[in-house]
Write a protein that binds this ligand. Structure first.
Ligand SMILES: CC(C)(COP(=O)(O)OP(=O)(O)OC[C@H]1O[C@@H](n2cnc3c(N)ncnc32)[C@H](O)[C@@H]1OP(=O)(O)O)[C@@H](O)C(=O)NCCC(=O)NCCS
Length: 173
């Protein structure tokens, strides 16, 4: 899959991306607002494991965000299951060197049509740590609405945080 956005290309991960993945992802400021499944430090072995999973058989979608010819971030759609099978979660991160240029807003906005045509979902949500206003702003710019605050739902690096749930319903756009 390849989606051209105004500031990046969203495309499948490749094994050759491992080096640039480590270079951009090995950053405690990125890991600080991600789930603990995002490694920190981010080693070559982590990168190879991730790329192997992302390019293998998976119902979920994992795309690299390519900027200047390099995989400099990631964006993904994680399908829920059981009675939540028509819901999915969106997650993303970007190299710190590229923050504040509108790249993630473009990426999320450009992925929305694909998420709703590729999957039989009616709801796309994101759970943002309460100390991450930049991510909330990205979602608001893309038409997500702030739906709920799950109080003290997150403990990240020993700090208790709220989780702010944002949701996108294409039928309401
Ligand atoms: C969150 C993240 C993805 C944003 O990517 P980005 O490409 O810099 O985002 P954009 O440039 O498209 O938009 C950022 C917006 O947040 C705003 N912003 C940045 N820091 C902010 C802050 N401290 N408070 C309020 N708004 C802030 C910017 O001004 C911009 O809004 P604007 O266009 O209205 O001015 C990036 O910072 C990142 O990867 N962070 C670490 C990982 C992460 O948090 N992932 C999301 C987990 S849910």
């Amino acid at each position: 899959m390849e989606i051209i956005t105004p500031r990046s290309i969203l495309r499948n991960w490749r094994s050759l991306d491992a080096k640039s993945l480590v270079m951009h992802a090995d950053n405690t400021r990125i890991a600080a607002t991600m789930r603990d499944a995002f490694p920190s430090p981010y080693t070559m072995a982590d990168a190879e494991r991730f790329i192997s999973m992302a390019t293998g058989t998976t119902p979920h979608l994992f795309l690299a965000i390519e900027v200047g010819g390099e995989a400099a971030g990631g964006i993904g759609i994680h399908l829920q299951d059981d009675v939540k099978y028509r819901s999915a979660m969106i997650g993303y991160w970007l190299s710190e060197s590229l923050w504040g240029k509108g790249i993630m807003t473009d990426a999320v906005r450009s992925l929305l049509p694909t998420a709703f045509t590729r999957y039989d979902i009616v709801r796309l949500e994101a759970g943002i740590f309460s100390n991450n206003p930049a991510s909330m702003r990205v979602l608001e710019k893309c038409g997500f609405i702030r739906e709920a605050v799950h109080r003290h739902a997150i403990t990240k690096n020993g700090t208790l945080l709220d989780e702010v749930v944002y949701v996108y319903f294409p039928s309401e756009r």
